[in-house]
Design a protein around this ligand. Structure first.
Ligand code: PLP
Length: 413
């Protein structure tokens, strides 16, 4: 790309990509599931583990202080990355799923008194969601007697603000939406949707898992109370993630994990709890992971968010054009230009078989329901094949993908 494509050197910064799979150079096109890590992230974690490894917050010794500094520096760096202001806070989690469970549980748990959600309340969830932003709300509704209502997409998988307005009632307490649908690539007008829901008095939740690596939502620009994302989808380590949001909203959450590091004092029968962010970070966190996640954010910034976004969009456009031209192939949400992924179905060929034949040619894609069964049901579809792009992918790899899908279809039909 004028661009990231002339960055054979950029791809070479990802050691795990320099391998052959089934005798072919690896074309890793499963980035919506998990991206690979650049050397800078691996180095940051190694540096932490070899110079500063110790438990945080409760040691007076030098290594403990170094570890605490590294952890809190990572928090500060990530706050800047997501455009947090003075009224925001950032809590480390093990991923998006963990962060969304923390919110849904925290608003419905009666452990610390009257929960935010009450019988008869309504939780609106978009119909584009990954199961991680639906099932926790189903559970919260079950616990409290609230109801889950769905903001359904149209037949092409688009969400419309006009459809949200009639769903909002004085009982709407939560609105949850994705910044990018992992099964179709749809990029909903979440800015407008969050603003509408907030205006109606609901707490707003943004699942930014698919957006962080190329279209990073900025908290200060959004009517967003809670935003969740995962490190491993943005060139960072697995088992890391974030729940960021408005401090006042985060303060409403009953902690999910009680124990060390989140209390002020403890007696035999009672305890009082620390302020944010410690309040929601009970137990020893993944400190090296937090350091690696901040290094991943720095890597994205250094590469350029705009350049990454333009690159993945152009790879996606290339793939959509190539795949749509194949006989019997239907691309989902072909209009979703802002996506970093392409999801498709092919008449007469099961995605699992397509994926297996692509793997024989060294091409890694994902097949199945992508943890978004209600959306695929709504669109009248079953499993799909999904190729998803990252900054290190190339247009040559897209050509290989299209040619390999064409060959797979010949074999399977
Ligand atoms: N939300 C979206 C949109 C996703 O794509 C994913 C993972 O694919 C998740 C949530 C869950 O992320 P994690 O498994 O890292 O918790």
């Amino acid at each position: 790309m004028g661009d990231l494509l002339q960055q054979a050197s950029l791809a070479s910064e990802f050691p795990s990509l320099a391998q052959r799979v089934n005798g072919e150079p690896l074309a890793y096109l499963d980035n919506a599931a998990t991206t690979h890590m650049p050397q800078a992230v691996l180095d940051a974690m190694r540096e932490f583990e070899t110079t500063s490894r110790a438990n945080i917050h409760r040691g007076v010794h030098t290594l403990s202080q170094r570890a605490t500094d590294a952890f809190e520096r990572a928090r500060g760096d990530l706050k800047r990355f997501v455009g947090a202001g003075p009224g925001h806070e950032l809590v480390f989690t093990s991923g998006t799923t963990d962060a969304l469970n923390l919110v849904a549980n925290g608003l419905s748990d009666a452990g610390a008194g009257r929960p935010y959600l009450q019988p008869g309340d309504e939780i609106i969830v978009s119909g584009l969601e990954h199961h991680a932003n639906l099932v926790p709300w189903q559970q919260a509704a079950r616990r409290t007697g609230a109801t889950v209502r769905i903001l359904r997409p149209d037949a092409q998988g688009r969400l419309h603000a006009d459809d949200l307005a009639p769903l909002l009632t004085p009982r709407t307490m939560v609105f949850a939406v994705t910044a990018g649908a992992n099964a179709t690539g749809e990029r909903p007008p979440y800015e407008e949707l969050l603003a509408l829901a907030a205006e109606a008095g609901a707490l707003t939740v943004l699942d930014a898992a698919q957006a962080m690596s190329h279209d990073t939502p900025q908290l200060l620009a959004l009517a967003c109370d809670f935003m969740a994302f995962s490190g491993h989808k943005m060139y960072g380590p697995m088992g890391t993630g974030v729940l960021a949001g408005r401090r006042k909203a985060l303060e409403r959450l009953t902690p999910l994990r009680f124990g060390g590091d989140m209390v002020i004092w403890v007696s035999e029968q009672e305890a009082s709890f620390a302020e944010l962010p410690a309040r929601l970070e009970g137990g020893t966190p993944n400190v090296a992971g937090a350091v690696g996640l901040a290094a991943a954010a720095a890597f994205i910034e250094a590469t350029g968010r705009g350049a990454i976004d333009a690159h993945v969009r152009s790879l996606r456009a290339h793939a959509v054009a190539g795949l749509s031209a194949l006989d019997g192939v239907t691309v989902l949400a072909p209009h979703a230009e802002a996506a970093a992924l392409v999801s498709f179905v092919a008449a007469g060929a099961h995605p699992h078989d397509i994926g297996t034949l692509l793997d024989e040619r060294g091409i890694a894609v994902r097949t199945g329901h992508h943890c978004a069964q209600p959306l695929l049901d709504h669109l009248g579809l079953g499993p799909t094949t999904r190729a998803s792009f990252a900054l290190y992918n190339t247009h040559d790899e897209v050509e290989r993908l299209v040619a390999a899908v064409a060959r797979a279809l010949e074999v399977l039909r």
